[in-house]
Design a protein around this ligand. Structure first.
Ligand SMILES: Nc1nc2c(ncn2[C@@H]2O[C@H](COP(=O)(O)OP(=O)(O)OP(=O)(O)O)[C@@H](O)[C@H]2O)c(=O)[nH]1
Ligand SMILES: [Mg+2]
Length: 325
């Protein structure tokens, strides 16, 4: 009996060791053949960072407008292939903070500098080359590959572009400079190839069917905020935050209720407009976009609430999800 037992346990032990070796072999083969990493998109406001991320991911994850400071949160967009996973991060534009909300936005940008495997610094044909020169010093110190993407080349001619490329070469010598048009999707395949070439080997960070780290409520909220940026002027869009109060996925439709927080009573009147016409316009435009994004019919209810000076209140900002980025 004893002999049988020890023989069996020996066999069992040998089999277990073979399985372990097999797993080890598969893991190392996996790492060697697979690339993955974080590609963070940074740059001044309005240069086209969100347009670029959406184009690289192939989905409208980030809202885009012609106004400065459209993006407030870091948003991840994941591109999966058989042997790679690229995790893009779109970030708010670099700015000098005036109120607490902007401090949080800048913190997001600083984090993005330090947790990347590849950095994409987006500039464009419009902004002056020495805007935010202090930030470029940080870029020069980066320990990861830096690509400077000169965006909006559809707005210029060859001589002006060549001159700008030369200037950037001097300004950030350790970088690779690539002219692109995010809007026209020009040269983006080349950017993709260069990212892949610079990506470290490793296993995927997220499940291979995942597209983003944000949930459905977040996208509903951002779609409403985009319409407010588009339809209102001056400081109004910047005084607004959206909170999705309920998001119910029913059989035939999505039932969404959201609150538009404003800082002051006068802004409430502007958002609602004469006989509620302005708010109705926001609701209709947001609903149409949501139906496309979620591929489902949407019933959207909007409420407006005065939450005094929310942009400067830490607790309120945390409630709106600004501190966890
Ligand atoms: N002509 C042209 N316009 C572009 C291009 N890429 C982006 N834009 C426009 O530039 C504006 C700003 O684009 P966004 O993608 O929102 O810029 P951003 O850098 O994310 O801006 P913030 O989030 O505010 O920092 C929008 O009106 C875009 O349509 C481009 O390649 N060519
Ligand atoms: Mg943006």
């Amino acid at each position: 009996m004893v002999a049988w037992n020890s023989m069996l346990s020996n066999i069992y032990f040998i089999r277990l060791e073979i399985v372990r070796q097999h797993v080890r072999f598969r893991q190392s083969a996996g790492i060697m053949g697979h690339k993955s990493g974080f590609v963070n998109i940074i740059g001044n406001p309005n240069v086209g960072k969100s347009t670029l991320m959406n184009a690289m991911v192939g989905e409208k994850l980030s809202i885009i407008t012609s106004k400065m400071q459209t993006t407030r949160h870091r948003i991840k967009g994941i591109v999966n292939g058989e042997d790679f996973q690229i995790v893009y991060s779109d970030t708010p534009g670099i700015l000098k903070p005036v109120y607490k909300l902007q401090e949080s936005m800048l913190k997001t940008v600083d984090t993005a500098l330090s947790d990347a495997d590849v950095l994409l610094y987006v500039t464009d044909m419009v902004e002056s080359i020495d805007k935010n020169i202090e930030y470029l010093d940080k870029l020069k110190m980066a320990e990861v590959p830096v690509m400077i993407l000169i965006n909006k080349i559809d707005l210029t001619d060859q001589p002006a572009l060549i001159k700008l490329v030369e200037q950037w070469k001097v300004l950030v010598p350790n970088s690779e400079i690539i002219p692109i048009s995010a809007k026209e999707k020009f040269n983006l395949e080349y950017v993709f190839a260069r990212i892949l070439a610079n990506l470290p080997e490793g296993l995927p960070y997220f499940p291979k069917d995942e597209l983003t780290d944000r949930n459905e409520r977040f996208f509903a909220q951002e779609i409403i905020r985009e319409k407010i940026l588009l339809f209102y002027d001056k400081e109004v869009p910047y005084s607004v935050e959206i909170e999705v109060e309920s998001f119910k996925d029913e059989e035939k439709l999505l039932r969404i209720a959201a609150v538009i927080h404003v800082s002051r009573e006068t802004q409430k009147g502007i958002i609602i407009g004469h006989r509620g016409e302005a708010l109705k316009r926001v609701g209709t435009a947001a609903r149409i976009d949501m139906e496309e994004f979620f591929s489902k019919k949407v019933f959207l209810e909007l409420f407006v609430k005065v939450t005094k000076e929310w942009r400067d209140k830490e607790i309120q900002l945390r409630n709106f999800g600004y501190e966890q980025q």
